[in-house]
Design a protein around this ligand. Structure first.
Ligand SMILES: Cc1cc2nc3c(=O)[nH]c(=O)nc-3n(C[C@H](O)[C@H](O)[C@H](O)COP(=O)(O)OP(=O)(O)OC[C@H]3O[C@@H](n4cnc5c(N)ncnc54)[C@H](O)[C@@H]3O)c2cc1C
Length: 472
């Protein structure tokens, strides 16, 4: 007994929502598409969970942030799926798969078969137990990956208002959570093993700026150390966190953000894997031709980096890989994805964006004292990565273009001095050897067109964008 669909999306997160919209735009017929999700709500913009959802006043709640509001597109409410004949199978975990027979079996024993499968299972939060620390199941220890986690975190925080929160992990989840906890008047200590926060991306100089900002808000940092155990009260609640050097930190709540692991378990012996994810080609197609993988779980070739395989854990990648997979499925002539890796974060009133890859030599620029600064990563004489805090929309577009066009750096000192101007010139100025700037290929026509479209969109977009920034 079971159901059969032409297309099945396994997973109901960000990528699933964007894929569904693309399927509809490309004319999927009623009854052809099914989405199966362990979560009990329709796809939503996950980044909102550590931002708008945790605001002390007027916090974001569903249905406000269902996909695809994160890109100023349609908000897909459950009734949208119904109206378009898409079967939304919620609160349902798939427990086994057989890609040769093209079937999925749910935890309740139902068999769902497909002609084409899109794997969009995302990732799960790593647990302390995986690092040999016990006690994650205490009621005041929180993780942050899905809506249920976040509701729990909000409850715990409200029950110990004004108390001590210990945040384990210095990545973006830890940083965004720490900011939210402070905004909710908690006393926050961050603990992580690295020498500085956001160790995988930030340079020591960039990290110093954010850490100082956090300190000015009352956050304490304990760096180069790890949690080894918890001290619990008679009811089993954590009352202190014990660190490797014996330090004992009083804790009314603990938030753990120590990384994620892609959900590949259902496919490990059936599909090729790479970089911890499911290996796909530029059309997001896995080693079995009827299977595609998108979002956090997909390891795909990034053209910009010479088709090197990357697995990205960023929302923009989830959205774009999902749309591309659907395009490839519905229009067989679709070529390979040409993706520019992009990641952003927001905490307190700070906001940064990063494009590309963080390899090579770093050049910092701007004014670190006023909060308007950035960095370029230069590898083999071209810009491969760019970071900017506190930029305008034009500035962010400019650094994206500088990375996308692999702007050639003739003179590092000139790039450092010019700062954001260097990127702004990429799209505006004819390349001349004297300018210290060259671009790898002619990009002006396409950017001029994009510039006009962007300019026309800005006015209508401005009001909505201001509201959305608080949520996502
Ligand atoms: C709190 C938070 C804040 C974030 N903020 C940012 C940010 O500021 N900037 C940024 O670039 N990125 C951010 N991200 C990352 C971004 O949200 C992810 O990259 C994105 O959600 C990945 O989308 P996805 O569809 O691949 O996976 P997900 O959105 O995780 O969706 C996966 C879905 O699959 C379901 N699933 C998994 N296994 C099964 C199964 N066996 N059966 C049924 N269903 C299953 C899950 O329940 C889930 O619904 C954030 C992530 C989190 C958690």
């Amino acid at each position: 007994m079971g159901r059969a669909f032409v297309y099945v999306i396994l997973g109901g997160g960000v990528a699933a929502g964007y894929a569904a919209l693309e399927f509809v735009r490309r004319g999927v017929s009623h009854g052809e598409l099914c989405i199966i999700s362990e979560e009990s709500v329709a796809p939503y913009e996950r980044p909102a969970l550590s931002k708008g959802y945790l605001l002390p006043e007027a916090p974001a709640r569903l249905p406000a942030f269902h996909t695809c509001v994160g890109t100023n597109d349609e908000r897909l409410l459950p009734k949208w799926y119904k109206e378009h004949g898409i079967e939304l199978v919620l609160g349902t975990r798939v427990k086994s798969t057989d890609v040769r027979r093209k079937v999925l079996i749910t935890a309740t024993g139902e068999t769902i078969s497909y002609k084409i499968l899109i794997i969009a299972t995302g990732a799960r939060a790593l647990k302390l137990e995986e690092f040999g620390v016990r006690g994650s199941d205490a009621e005041n220890v929180c993780y942050l990956r899905n809506l249920a986690d976040t509701n729990r975190l909000v409850d715990v925080m409200q029950n110990c208002s004004g108390g001590n929160a210990v945040v384990i992990g210095g990545g973006y989840i830890g940083m965004e959570c720490a900011a939210a906890l402070v905004t909710n008047r908690m006393k926050v200590t961050m603990v992580f093993p690295e020498a500085h926060c956001m160790g995988r991306l930030f340079t020591p100089k960039i990290a110093e700026y954010y850490e100082n900002y956090y300190k000015s808000k009352g956050v304490k940092f304990i760096k180069g150390s790890v949690l080894t155990s918890f001290e619990n009260d008679s009811e089993g609640k954590v009352k202190a966190v014990i660190l490797k050097d014996g330090t004992c930190l009083p804790a009314d709540m603990v938030v753990v953000g120590i990384g994620i692991r892609p959900n590949t378990g259902l496919f490990e012996d059936q599909l090729q894997l790479d970089k911890g994810g499911i290996k796909v080609n530029g059309r997001m197609q896995a080693s079995n031709a009827s299977v595609y993988a998108v979002g956090d779980v997909a390891a795909f070739p990034v053209k910009l980096f010479g088709n090197e395989i990357h697995r990205l854990e960023h929302v923009d990648s989830a959205r774009k890989t999902a749309k591309h997979a659907v395009a490839a499925i519905m229009a067989p002539t679709t070529g390979d994805l040409d993706y520019l890796p992009f990641f952003y974060s927001r905490m307190f009133t700070l906001s940064w964006q990063f494009y590309g890859d963080s390899i090579g030599e770093v050049v910092h620029y701007g004014d670190f004292s006023s909060g308007n600064f950035g960095a370029y990563w230069i590898h083999k004489g071209v810009i491969v990565g760019a970071f900017l805090e506190g930029g305008s929309k034009d500035d962010y577009e400019a650094i994206a273009k500088a990375v996308r066009s692999k702007a050639i750096v003739n003179n590092i000192a000139e790039v450092e001095r010019a700062g954001i101007e260097f990127a702004l010139r990429v799209g505006q100025q004819a390349a001349t050897p004297e300018s210290g700037l060259l671009v790898e290929r002619p990009i002006y026509t396409q950017y001029a067109t994009a510039g006009v479209v962007v300019a026309l969109s800005i006015a209508g977009f401005a009001y909505w964008y201001g509201r959305r920034r608080r949520i996502l």
